[in-house]
Write a protein that binds this ligand. Structure first.
Ligand SMILES: [Cu+2]
Length: 156
């Protein structure tokens, strides 16, 4: 009896540790925007994209450009990024610290873009330099979002 109760207590404690260690954050695709457009999470947290019926979400380094090129230098070192399936809700686990600019390809012309910030925005200055130097056409919409993160980081 006593042993059983202790086991329940231990399991409960493990459960709450797990809950506090890993949070799920939701990004809602609303018409032509991601809400919130900039989201701050901790390393190990999940980010869930919902209402993605007519949208996708693609990290800027995985956007297929017409000439076979890709945009580099805007994700943290070692981060692979992601490319969601058009129309599908999905969940990311964010492990590597830094900023992750991303876009909805069908609605890039409307400025449907966002940034995920994991822990400290360690690469925000590099991301901004790369964005200003390399982004073309409607993808330059990301500059304003990265700027938002950069300004918040400077305020401390
Ligand atoms: Cu969209």
């Amino acid at each position: 009896m006593y042993l059983k109760r202790s086991l329940v207590v231990v399991l409960f404690l493990l459960g709450s540790l797990q809950a506090s260690a890993q949070q799920i954050h939701v990004v809602n695709a609303e018409a032509r925007i991601f809400n919130p457009d900039v989201i701050y999470v901790k390393p190990g947290d999940n980010v869930r994209f919902v209402n993605m019926t007519s949208h996708d979400a693609v990290s800027i380094n995985q956007v297929p450009l017409p000439d076979g090129q890709v945009y580099e230098g805007m994700l943290p070192e070692g981060a692979e990024g992601w490319k969601s399936k058009m129309g599908n809700d999905f969940t990311l686990q964010m492990d590597i610290e830094g900023v992750y600019p991303y876009v909805c390809i069908p609605h890039i012309g409307f400025g449907m873009v966002g940034v995920i910030v994991v822990g400290e925005p360690v690469n925000v200055d590099a991301a901004m330099d790369a964005a200003r130097a390399n982004l073309t056409g409607p993808y330059r919409r990301l500059i304003g979002k990265i700027l938002k993160v950069q300004r918040a980081a400077k305020k401390g």
